[in-house]
Design a protein around this ligand. Structure first.
Ligand code: SF4
Length: 140
């Protein structure tokens, strides 16, 4: 992925953030949504999102990666906030936002797929831990 392509994805994320802010879901910052097993869900990401995330996220040990939680959560906070994937941006547990959340998720997933076509980067969609396990740190 080129730096320009990465910037294009980050600009799309800015648009996502504005749309989510406009929808106004409430968040109690419990951090449960990043502890996948505890919350009973799976964060799926595309190869495009994984590349953007891994280019700027803090280091982690691939040997410790698990489907149960995200290695970028420290306390209840995300340490990869700027490059975090679409699912992290649109998902909120606010019951009044669920329909809008699905709508935003589907809309921006289509936009990401369009970017993948433009970039000719292919399209893989898998749980986060699959991409994290494949990731070899630059200094390995
Ligand atoms: S990248 Fe950040 S927001 Fe997304 S699951 Fe991990 S800690 Fe949570």
């Amino acid at each position: 992925m080129t730096p320009e392509q990465r910037q294009t994805v980050l600009r799309l994320y800015d648009e996502v953030d504005r749309a989510v802010t406009a929808a106004g879901p409430s968040c109690q910052a419990s951090g449960r949504c990043c502890r996948f097993k505890e919350y009973g869900h799976t964060l799926f990401v595309s190869n495009l999102e994984a590349e953007v995330l891994l280019a700027a996220a803090p280091p982690f040990d691939p040997a410790t990666v698990s489907p149960d939680f995200c290695p970028f959560q420290q306390g209840n906070l995300c340490t990869a906030r700027e490059p975090r994937p679409l699912g992290c941006r649109v998902y909120y547990c606010d019951p009044n936002y669920q329909e809008k959340g699905v709508e935003l998720s589907e809309h921006y997933l289509r936009r990401l797929k369009q970017l993948a076509e433009e970039f000719d980067s292919g399209w893989r969609y898998a749980p986060l831990h699959v991409f994290l396990r494949e990731h070899v740190p630059a200094d390995a």
